[in-house]
Design a protein around this ligand. Sequence first.
Ligand code: FDA
Length: 292
Amino acid sequence: MLRQALLAISKSRRAERLVTSSPLTADVVRRYVADDIGAVVDRLTRNGLLVSVDHLGEEVADRAQAQRAVGEYLSLLDRLPAGADVSVKLTALGLRLSEQLALDHAAVICQAAESKAITVTLDAEEHDTIPGLHAVHATLRKEHADVGVVVQAYLPEALERCQKLGGARVRLCKGAYTAPGAYTSTADIDLSFVRCLKALMEGTGYPMVATHDPRLVRIASTLAVLAGRDVAGFEYQMLYGVRPGEQTRLAGLGAKVRVYVPYGADWYAYLMRRLAERPRNLAFFLRSLVSR
Ligand code: FDA
């Protein structure tokens, strides 16, 4: 219930104006969103962590906005070290205006990233954008073999999707939105996650295990061993600000751990999804508003 309400609020312009105009949200935003992206990337990489950087923004209204998003990514690529990844939302590149436009924009980013030994991963967003996401990903892969894509385990078609994505870099997550027909119970989502994970580990691609769930992290390491993958054959991924101790613990054990680091002014929808993931976060958020 609360999750649905927060996800609905994440799309409300009125709520966005209210929350973003309040100086009191700054602490909560800082927990999940990098204020100085260069300094955060430096700190994480010095601690043995990899990064995937997301320039916040989604749902552009026109072509000029989409072009500005491409420009942001191009200047971001100049500031990232080799081995980094950038996470891209196709709606920020104009997917809802035209699939071809988003494809052209994503291709420009992939080309620039490739020349700097940086990878690109396409985020999965609202359910109506998923067919476009996979169509764009399939076309991009013909020129840029290592462009990655996110699969959301809450979608019943997730397993088939993972099986079809042979050879690809696939980031598996539970899913942060809502979708008609999607699994909603924890048990169903976790079961789907494990089935997908098994398919990815046994497949020929590169699995990116995007979860903070301790049980799924343990299962991932077991499935990797059973599939004959060593630590270089897959990676864990976690969000900036979520379980940082676990991120460094896993990296200390020799695992590859990539932190998804969002930055930029357009943080509202991202923050609301983080609050929706964990009701306790909402209490933390509300407390930060009243404790000033
Ligand atoms: P779960 O929600 O069960 O959390 C497990 C534990 O992790 C919690 O008990 C808590 O301790 C901690 N935790 C989780 N979320 C927290 C939060 N927000 N704040 C504080 N603690 C928290 N989704 C999507 O639809 N499309 C996408 O492209 C992506 N991309 C993506 C990239 C990466 C690197 C990650 C880690 C996640 C995503 N997601 C995503 C989000 C994903 O779908 C999911 O909503 C969150 O990861 C939360 O699910 P968990 O698997 O962590 O489990």
